[in-house]
Design a protein around this ligand. Sequence first.
Ligand code: PNS
Length: 165
Amino acid sequence: MKAVCPGSFDPITLGHLSIFERAAAHVDQLTVLVTANPNKNTGLFTVDERMELIRRAVEHLPNVDVDTWGGLLVDYTTAHGVDALVKGLRSSLDYDYELPMAQMNRRLTGVETFFLLTDEKYGYVSSTLCKEVARYGGDVSGLMPDHVVAAVREKYRALDSGEKA
Ligand code: PNS
């Protein structure tokens, strides 16, 4: 079975990585798909930077690759023969957000979405919250892979000093 984990991943957290590791154990091939528009740099990291941070984080997972897509998710899954989407669920907030997307995607092409419940260690971890904490100098080690913690620190340092980040 080929599966895709889609998301903005700006940047990847240990919560995301835990979902990739668990999903990869159940499928033949897992693609982590950064579904941002590469022409719009709206996040902290560019799409290329996000993909590189993910690639380093999944080096130990031989059946996981990384790709990007700027259109409808179901067009990607159809074009690449992907059987299923995999998402992590932290709470009922995620469920409410994910339910209509899963139903819409299934209506469009029949693609199924499988949900994995987030490991309780990472139930409160999000890219947004980690960025906010790091932005004001808080410690996010243990919540994102070490190289991502370093990249976030460097990004804010460069932004604060007026360098092109
Ligand atoms: O990082 P997120 O917010 O969890 O990612 C949501 C994402 C990117 C998976 C969703 O917005 C998406 O599927 N985008 C691709 C465009 C698309 O197919 N939209 C219709 C979804 S029903």
